[in-house]
Design a protein around this ligand. Structure first.
Ligand code: ADP
Length: 264
């Protein structure tokens, strides 16, 4: 990492716990989550698994209050991050989303911005002093494992990068504003094995410094990177357990049927 990056003090981020209690979410009359409760330990990686349509994305979107921006969507129950109810009146959803970063299945770089500006945009919007932006961008690209590949083309188009590089660029963009929580919705589905491995290594490295919630279709991935795994079925939580237990000795027969590939 460059000396400049070391010289800039970053805000001290303390990874928070996430506590979900009796969370229900619906789109109009269609219920997507049915009173689910679970906890993510501070600095842990929690995987959310389950068949398509079981409510995984809805759950992530509740965690940064994106769900409420869908017309007709409703939510009930409690969601505390770092002990704070994220639906309290004084919480500004935009400020919340700086603390609770999100990455999607397909890379979503800003198409008209350069590699540098893709990462810098959020940093500037967060009001960081302009003389620190360069070093924050460099550090974020370093953390996302992309710096060495793009350092000579920082002002080139983000769209010239490969899919895996674009996804790491989105990771750098998310990391640049120093979130304490990172939500990932199937972040490696569109990547090749090398790109997937890079993201998995990064998640491993982020453990401890932020609390990560990872939606994945890939059970091997959940077993590799997640401390704890939550299994959802038809909007209900069937089981949460340390990943090594959930994939080897699940306590619910439905979990066993799913992880052994009998449905899904
Ligand atoms: P998963 O991520 O596990 O595939 P989702 O959270 O996307 O599941 O979806 C849960 C349920 O909510 C599904 O029945 C889905 O059809 C429904 N759903 C998701 N998004 C919307 C939406 N914008 N409007 C209406 N129903 C939706």
């Amino acid at each position: 990492m460059g000396d400049l990056a070391h010289a800039v003090s970053q805000p001290v981020v303390v990874a928070p716990s996430i506590v979900v209690r009796d969370l229900t979410a619906a789109y109009g009359r269609a219920v997507a989550l049915r009173g689910i409760s679970f906890t993510c330990a501070p600095g842990s990686v929690t995987a959310i698994i389950g068949p398509s349509g079981c409510g995984k994305s809805t759950l992530l979107r509740c965690m940064n209050r994106l769900h409420e921006s869908t017309a007709g969507a409703t939510m009930d129950g409690q969601l505390h991050i770092g002990g704070e109810d994220i639906h309290d009146d004084h919480i500004n959803p935009i400020a919340l989303r700086r603390r609770v970063g999100m990455m999607f299945q397909r890379p979503t770089p800003f198409p008209t911005l350069s590699i540098f500006d893709n990462v810098a945009a959020g940093v500037r919007a967060a009001g960081r002093p302009s003389d620190t932006v360069q070093s924050i961008v460099e550090r974020a690209l370093q953390r996302a494992g992309l710096w060495a590949e793009v350092r000579d083309q920082l002002h080139g188009s983000a769209l010239a990068l490969s899919g895996g590089q674009q996804q790491r660029l989105c990771m750098a963009r998310a990391l640049a504003v120093e979130p304490s929580v990172l939500l990932l919705d199937e972040p490696t589905t569109s990547l090749d094995p090398v790109g997937t491995q890079r993201i998995e290594e990064l998640l491993y490295e982020l453990r401890g410094s932020m609390t990560v919630v990872l939606v994945t279709h890939n059970m091997q991935q959940a077993a590799r990177v997640a401390d704890s795994t939550v299994f959802l079925l038809n909007g209900a939580l069937v089981e949460q357990a340390p990943s090594r237990l959930l994939f080897t000795t699940p306590s619910d027969p439905r979990t066993e049927a799913y992880v052994t590939g009998r449905f899904g």
